[in-house]
Design a protein around this ligand. Sequence first.
Ligand SMILES: Cc1ncc(COP(=O)(O)O)c(C=O)c1O
Length: 383
Amino acid sequence: MFSGRSGLDRRENRLSQALRARRRQGRETIDLTCANPTELGLTPAPELLATLADRAALRYRPEPRGLHRARCSVAELMSRDGPPVDPERIVLTASTSEAYGFLFKLLCDPGERVLIPRPSYPLFEHLCRLESVEPAPYPLRYDGHWYVDRAALAAAIDGRARALVMVHPNNPTGSYVCRDDLRYLAAAGPPLISDEVFAPYALERDANAAGSAREAEDRLAFTLHGLSKLAGLPQLKLSWICVSGPDAQVAEALGRLELIADAFLSVSTPVQLATPAIVEQHGQLQRRILERLRDNHGALRRACADSPCTLLRVEGGWSAVLRLPATMDDEAWSLQLLEQADVLVQPGYFYDFERGPFVVLSLLTEPTTWRAGIDRVFDAIEG
Ligand SMILES: Cc1ncc(COP(=O)(O)O)c(C=O)c1O
């Protein structure tokens, strides 16, 4: 009765089962995984809400690619960090997930393939399957910094590969694609989809890190951003795609994207009307988020210094990856930390890490919780 693509794996993993059981028993848990700023004391000034109450929102005058003023404000914002962006090359969407959905419809027919980095954002698998396209992972390797395994990428590219996703900086490895790798990815063949939602959050950005993928002028590229990370407001549901590359391809892509967007018209009018003000005011919250990330990163680095754990380099983003002693796998570690130290961390396998054991922590965690949580993690490991 149902489609094959909606038959995604819904089984609960062992960590979620254990967490649910603890909650039933009323046991407290120190959560080092939350990455929702609105739950972590990182909310914008309440006056921002007023911008969502513009009376103009009482009228419905949809524009498939998004209201012109909203597109101008995000184009102007992107232009501050690179070559000027034409607002006519912006398409607004109601989340980055929707942007991926639009782009997979634009670029792929059912059964075709999208190249995705591994380890990376776990949602790619589902976003691909829901569009009836096949995720084709290409590995990232770590030797003090992360880089693309070019031989493995070349082997993954075949006639069915229709798009190449890069996440810049990547979640959760925090790694930016370096300039050399960006040149390689751009030359690899398929159009680029570059998820740059975490770009404003640089911590220890490598000098060789590439700029935005939109600077790879010879290649059709779709750069993704959104208020969810830029302004710490995931609940507003506003993201955008910036289309770049050879003019004729850009024009065709925009024409097709406009039709796709017209079938949904999913971005709400109030958020589009509020976007110029949010973009103008986002700096203050962004600075607080950056400060939180830096402080938590510093505390974690100090805690790691004399421990059997290794903190992988964090160039940017909201996560930290810890390599733990190889006495058990990452799932067993996360279960043990939950049961014996009352601390919730994510096991690396959630993100398809190959070796390990790795656990992933949210650098956005509230500072007192963070210090208590990492103390418990290190006590448990050293014990
Ligand atoms: C790589 C990546 N892209 C995008 C997003 C944000 O998605 P959305 O705009 O759908 O909230 C996230 C959220 O964690 C992410 O990790």
